[in-house]
Design a binder for this molecule. Sequence first.
Ligand code: CP
Length: 333
Amino acid sequence: MVLPDHALINTIIAGKKLIYKPVVNPIMLFQKSLVSIEDVSTEDIEEIFRISDNMVKALEAHKNPHIMDSYVMATLFFEPSTRTRLSFESAMLRLGGSVLSVSDVSSSSVAKGETLADTVRMAEAYSDIIVIRHPLEGAARLATQFTGKPIINAGDGSGQHPTQTLLDLFTIWKEFHSIDGLTISMVGDLKYGRTVHSLIMALSRYDVTINLVSPPSLRVPEHFLAKIPRGKKVKITENLDDVIESSDVLYVTRIQKERFADKNEYLGLIGSYSVDERVVEKMKKSAIIMHPLPRVDEIKPEVDFTSNARYFKQASYGVPVRMALVSMIMGVA
Ligand code: CP
């Protein structure tokens, strides 16, 4: 195994040197796959925050840290994506690395019947790190069986989306300087919404109150609820009004149309929640509204112009957080 070079990575920002200096355990994520948010420790998350913050400063100063020049990332997207694929690719390019992408299954040999196993074996041959999105829950975990290279789960069906959770946590941390003590309310499709599943597991490590707001048919599946430790403050309700005034974070999600076997069931759930200016007026002044995006109609465009809206800022953090994660996994941060 080639051990990472722990030499300090210096980035010149506005004439000053920022030093990326690991403080916890510099090799903790080295060559590791990230399939579930449970694959990272709370210490890993703190380190990701610290390095992401440095990446934010580097990006703001238009100083890309070229620390991945000799690395190639493969992005295999078997489902549509705007934010996740583009921000992973932007992250890699800003780190000085290169990207190979399958963004349309019909243009790859999957369309000829090639298996996931063989596709992953080929990505392994051509790259150093593989980012995969797939419609089937468990696909990313399965992919780890066919390669020794790190696999990053960019969303597996209704399973998890751990890198979204890292940027969600980073957004909250940037806003409140802490995660402990907050009341976080997740609203919408909590059954099929993979971002919510990963976020619930991550938040369970912190001293937070979690509110879960959904129609009865879209509640968080039992196996994800079971991950919340006993004694954690959790409220399950259908009514947004039950939680709106106490929330520090309102995490809104889209009804996941593509997961419904019965189109009529989906049609009956459209518009279950609609965050508009009347909802915003009931919120704390300091509260923020987040959404993993894309949104359909669950947050009205008028909300974009309120001081509470953070979903575009949140999406923008996809680049620095993924820069931090990829460089840590490759052992250059
Ligand atoms: N948040 C997210 O996963 O967005 P995309 O589907 O556009 O990647």
